[in-house]
Ligand binder design. Structure first.
Ligand SMILES: NC(=O)c1ccc[n+]([C@@H]2O[C@H](COP(=O)([O-])OP(=O)(O)OC[C@H]3O[C@@H](n4cnc5c(N)ncnc54)[C@H](OP(=O)(O)O)[C@@H]3O)[C@@H](O)[C@H]2O)c1
Length: 344
């Protein structure tokens, strides 16, 4: 938490002005906060098409109007607002299917997918699929949507148009909005026979929260690290050039004053937010920068620098935890989509 004090010394910078030239960028959770500002930035950096994945279409349309009204060339942009409720696997699947149909149309592409939607809750809430809400939204549904979109991005990279674009620009990317709060995760459930079942047990949740009030959010952002690492391992390389077909990466926007704490937060977080947090317009620059870079495959950016994610991810115990949890995650997601693509 102390590093928040130094945030003003490291204001994030945007990537070059043509970073997203003529690209199609998908941003989840983009009706407010960091997601909305990410949309604004990528449009100003040349993106021509945006897909906003939002839980409430009316809120999304309001955000779209707000973003477009701030651009001088709004008439050249196409911004679509699509429904996506990450607390419901069927909604995630319907959204992914819509993207699959979208890219079938001539001239339509998906260049960059930014997995930004997320929430932070102090209380126990259960999703439509009977998972604790943060585990489902920040964890399982983010993993599901990322896995569903990866084949599309891989396919885009090998398409004729993709190759042409790559000559001038970067390759397709999947960017996961992470948080350094994953380093605070204690995960006492790590020794349970089934980690996901233990995470979904209210009594165990109560015990863990009593030790660490942000434990569940931290664990849910540990999922972001796992998704990044595990998806990066799936990405195929071009057999001739040895180049990756897609860059999978993650970054933290830093501590930002968004709507994330709308359901309450420990007083120290509210105080720190009032004093030191970045505005979403500022923090989102770090998201946009990571989404434009080629050097972070399977890695994590903090303050726009490649950073060690910490013991809970990098230690041998952390790796064993990830491997066990990932197997369980895949078992759950395979029940949602038996056709889930897990090798290329
Ligand atoms: N703020 C920070 O300090 C900070 C730091 C590190 C990482 N992050 C991460 O940054 C991302 C964006 O957060 P933010 O700070 O911009 O918070 P925010 O202002 O609360 O925005 C969160 C976005 O996620 C959406 N969302 C929540 N639940 C959803 C669901 N079930 N289905 C679809 N969308 C859903 C929200 O939609 P509704 O408005 O409809 O709820 C909203 O658009 C999150 O992943 C967060 O963990 C934030």
């Amino acid at each position: 938490m102390l590093k928040v004090l130094f945030q003003p010394l490291n204001p994030p910078r945007l990537p070059p002005a043509d970073s997203f030239l003529n690209q199609t960028v998908l941003v989840t959770g983009s009706n407010t906060g960091l997601g909305r500002e990410t949309v604004r930035h990528v449009l100003s950096l040349g993106a021509s098409n945006i897909i906003m994945g939002v839980r409430s279409v009316s809120k999304g349309e309001k955000a779209r109007d707000d973003v477009l009204s701030s651009l001088s060339n709004a008439s050249e942009k196409t911004v679509e607002v699509w429904e996506l409720d990450m607390s419901n696997f069927q909604s995630v699947m319907a959204f992914a299917q819509r993207v699959k149909e979208y890219v079938k149309d001539k001239g339509r592409r998906l260049d960059i997918a930014i997995m930004n939607a997320g929430l932070a809750k102090l209380g126990w809430n259960v999703s439509a699929d009977n998972w604790e809400m943060q585990i489902q939204v920040n964890g399982l549904s983010t993993a599901l949507l990322s896995l569903e979109l990866l084949p599309i991005l891989v396919q885009q990279s090998s398409s004729k148009m993709g190759k042409k674009l790559q000559g001038k620009q970067s390759k397709p990317r999947l960017m996961i909005v992470a948080s350094d709060s994953h380093q605070a995760a204690l995960v006492p459930q790590r020794t349970a026979p089934n980690i996901l079942a233990a995470l979904n047990d209210k009594t165990q949740w109560e015990q863990a929260q009593a030790k660490n009030p942000i434990e569940r959010y931290a664990v849910s952002k540990l999922f972001s690290q796992w998704i990044n690492i595990e998806l990066s391992k799936l990405v195929p390389v071009d057999p001739v050039t040895g180049e990756l077909s897609v860059v999978v990466t993650s970054a933290t926007p830093g501590f930002c004053a968004s709507e994330l704490m709308r359901d309450g937060a420990p007083w120290i977080f509210r105080l720190m937010a009032a004093l030191f947090a970045r505005k979403p317009e500022v923090g989102s620059k770090a998201i946009v920068d990571a989404a434009a870079r080629d050097d972070g495959h399977g890695k994590w950016f903090e303050n726009q620098k490649l950073t060690e994610p910490g013991n809970i991810v990098s230690s041998s115990e952390g790796k064993a935890l990830r491997e066990k949890a990932w197997k369980e995650i895949i078992e759950i997601l395979k029940q949602v989509d038996p056709e889930l693509k897990l090798s290329y």
